[in-house]
Design a protein around this ligand. Sequence first.
Ligand SMILES: [Fe+2]
Length: 507
Amino acid sequence: MDRRTFASLLAGTIAASALPASLRAQSVIGNQRAFMAALAEKPWLLGYLGSPSIDLHGSVNIVSGQVPPDLRGYFLRNGPALHDIGPDRFAHWFDAPGMVQKFTFAGDGQIRHHGRLIDTYRNRTEAATGRIAFSAFGTHGHGLSSGGSADGQNPANISLLEHAGELLALWEGGSPHIIDPETLDTSGLKSWSAETKGLPFGAHPRRDRDGSIWNIGYSIDPAALILYHISSEGTLLKTHILPQQATPMIHDFMITDTRIVVVAPPYSTVGRAEGAFIDRFEWQGDAFTRILVIDKNDLSNVAIVEADPFWVFHFGNGYDIGASEIGFDFAHHDNPSFMTQDAFAVMDGSWDGKDSAAWRYVQARLDLSSGQLRMEKMPELGQVEFIRTDERENLEAHRYSLMLAQPSHTGAYGLNRILLMDRRTGTSMHFDVSGNEILEEHLIVPKPGKADEFWIIGTALDWKTARTILSVYDGLRLSDGPVLRAELDIALPLGLHGTFVATAEHT
Ligand SMILES: [Fe+2]
């Protein structure tokens, strides 16, 4: 890819952000007063109140069980955390400055917590001035600034990736930020090359068998998808730009041994320049979801399969089945209303207790020779999201998929069942937390030296006691309940994605 193409992409990314205030007239800054009034009536809204501080040291009390002696490392989570900045409140759950929450398993039987604001330009500026200063994913108006570039608005609030000795905090509109896992200091922006500096880099990179990672980004103006392949040593191996007619919003993707699979729902830019980022996209429910199947060896070689419309945030894992089929699993949404409606309503407290669309676990097979996508939907599992798999099964017909589920409505905006699907036997096991708890993403963490065994680790918010709960389960005995349950003496805001970084002893 030549330098001029990258230069025009970067210029477009900046231009799309640098809108004059007159074009951002549809003010939808959040409603702090409405939220606080709703919180008094709906105490589960505590999960969306935001962090009380930009630097948190909680005290962790082990309530039951014990820390497995060979579980050593950092459990790190990211998510939007400062929902209120002074008198201002963000309008959407995905907007706020990101914080890393770190739980340290040092091998001494104890767990320590440290939470810290990720020191991006945006986050630092807003925390210092005590006002929301920049446009965001779902917040705009009131003369908010573009920040001058995509990274000027970057809250680094979606996920974390450990790669080639670096811990990176990821957004999807701009660059990763480099974090020191010991101190949680932010040392700056990560760029992979001069040409790709500042370009969108997605929040869900995929790790290949050789330790290299693949990632995507999407650019609005010009409309394009960007593909990245980065070696296990952290060097950029190749990039490619795929021009699009309109930019689809794409949060996650898959790789197989031979292909990159990008599912593009019909939620695309419609040429609208005003408003928050989300306002530039529109759901076209009568259009296809397009599945782009890209040859890993020739990134310009793209086959497209059209399927009935659906929305997706997250996939489990993809894999080749013979030469012309691809298997995968994912959380299928009828449409993106979780993001376009519910995630606004929870921020002003108006959410009415019912999800606006169904999201369900799906196992799928894509037949490239016939162009058919076959989906086995499992609505009996209830609403499901935050699917994770065992990285040791990457690119394989994986046996286990871990997810959060909600088998029936509870009235709270959140999930309360941890569910492990055994795809080999077609059975599942689960553990339900109490009705006062809202789960956050849980991870599959391999047990050292045991190829088929793993822990399940994750957090939940007990909104009744205003405590964040950290639990560890023996993965294959999930339904027995946690082998460790620990309680933080503070309530952390509900976040998005995490990772477990094993330390040297965890081999
Ligand atoms: Fe995600």
